[in-house]
Design a protein around this ligand. Structure first.
Ligand code: SAH
Length: 384
């Protein structure tokens, strides 16, 4: 692999802290970091890296604003500020999606669409988000605006599609809150079905604007296959997929399981998950909307049983409610996937004190050039 030149925007952007460090060295540093946090629980397998660690992000987000001369710019916030760093080229984001964002940026002037300014609370368009299904080729453009009224929207859609006929859907997302969240709750479909579909682990998934979907599909397949291997399913097990998003892990594991129950907080993701099970003609999977901790608590209180629990919480990790109910449910195996080894280490401390032993630890490099680390851990109930 021929490495690209060091990114010129890296210092200001702050997203790729490993810029300037050869990829092999990044992998070593990540292994070391995982070792520091998790080696007390078990042996760590060599990290799974990428063959070509560039342009891997299938989701590209840009903030819109103006420079001092009044020109429209698109980019990201400078670390710890609300100043926009213009991004012309990014080595980790999908190229096509970047090109679409640049087209939109350059269209705004002729359409007289103002970018939103937080300080003066003036203007319309805040962000653009592009998601591309790497397998399907489907592309979703989400225009995030402070108002549902988008002037000459039909012509805008037409002009954008003329430049990029590969776009399969365009959504207007309304976010009128003063918040660091990119997306608001309301989506208005301007073109196409309002979602994209993509294939992962041989299954089809529908992805809505607000649903979580892993950003590095190549490594996600490796991560999920690891997780499913760690679960040692024989075809009979009662499986829980906690923090399931659009149901990816549970659906990918369903062929090897008896039944799968997914639990997820985000309503849109749960709706996607239910439709995904249908689309893949999977009959042994159910999904519930709610807090994973509360769901587990109810299961434990009802005296229900589970053989295997997959858990894939957000960066903050799981919580006491979830973990103590998990221990009460006494599944034979727990497969814990995490994008933050610090909170994972904290949760593993809890579980290893309450009757679980760590069997395997597999880091996967989901985010080359950044300092994020993903890790899959297999736990087994220890008979006491
Ligand atoms: N397993 C999925 C999603 C992982 S991301 C995948 O691999 O694609 C974590 C998910 O946890 C997000 O979808 C988020 O909406 C959900 N979540 C966050 N807090 C939660 C809670 N308290 N209970 C249930 N789900 C939660």
């Amino acid at each position: 692999m021929e490495p690209l030149e060091t990114c010129k925007t890296a210092k200001k952007c702050g997203g790729c802290r490993y810029q300037g460090i050869p990829y092999e060295e990044q992998l070593k540093q990540k292994e070391k970091q995982v070792g520091k946090l998790l080696s007390k629980y078990g042996k760590i397998s060599p990290i799974i890296g990428m063959e070509y660690p560039y342009y891997y992000r299938n989701k590209v987000h840009a903030i819109l604003g103006r420079d001092r001369k009044g020109n429209v710019i698109s980019g990201i916030y400078e670390a710890n500020t609300h100043r926009i760093v213009p991004v012309e080229e990014c080595q980790i984001e999908d190229k096509k999606s970047q090109a679409i964002i640049h087209t939109i940026r350059d269209m705004l002037k002729s359409f007289k669409i103002k970018t939103y300014d937080e300080d003066s609370d003036y203007g319309l368009l805040r962000h653009v988000l592009v998601r591309r299904g790497f397998h399907s080729g489907e592309i979703m453009v989400v225009l995030v605006a402070v108002s549902p009224i988008f002037p000459s929207k039909n012509n805008f859609v037409k002009a954008l599609r003329k430049e990029h006929p590969e776009i399969t859907t365009i959504v207007l997302n309304v976010n009128d809150k003063r918040t660091s969240m990119v997306l608001g709750e309301r989506n208005i479909t301007l073109y196409g079905p309002g979602f994209i579909k993509d294939t992962l682990c041989g299954k089809r998934f529908r992805i809505s604007p607000n649903s979580f979907y892993q950003v590095n599909p190549v490594q996600t397949e490796r991560l999920y296959r690891t997780a499913i291997r760690f679960a040692e399913l024989s075809g009979k097990e009662t499986v829980i997929d906690a923090y399931c998003g659009i149901g990816t892990i549970g659906i990918a594991a369903s062929e090897s399981a008896g039944t799968v129950t997914g639990i997820e907080l985000n309503r849109e993701a749960v709706r996607d998950a239910i439709l995904n099970a249908k689309e893949n003609q999977i009959k042994n999977v159910r999904f519930h909307q709610g807090d994973a901790g509360e769901f587990m608590e109810e299961m434990a209180a009802a005296g229900e049983h589970a053989d295997v629990v997959f858990m894939d919480p957000p960066r903050a990790g799981s919580d006491e409610k979830f973990l103590s109910s998990l221990v009460k449910l006494q599944p034979e195996r727990v497969v814990y996937i995490s994008c933050n080894p610090e909170t994972q280490a904290r949760d593993l401390q809890f579980l290893t004190r309450k009757g679980y032993g760590v069997r395997q630890i597999q880091p996967v490099d989901m985010f080359p050039w950044t300092d994020s680390i993903e890790c899959c851990v297999a736990l087994q109930r220890v008979d006491q």
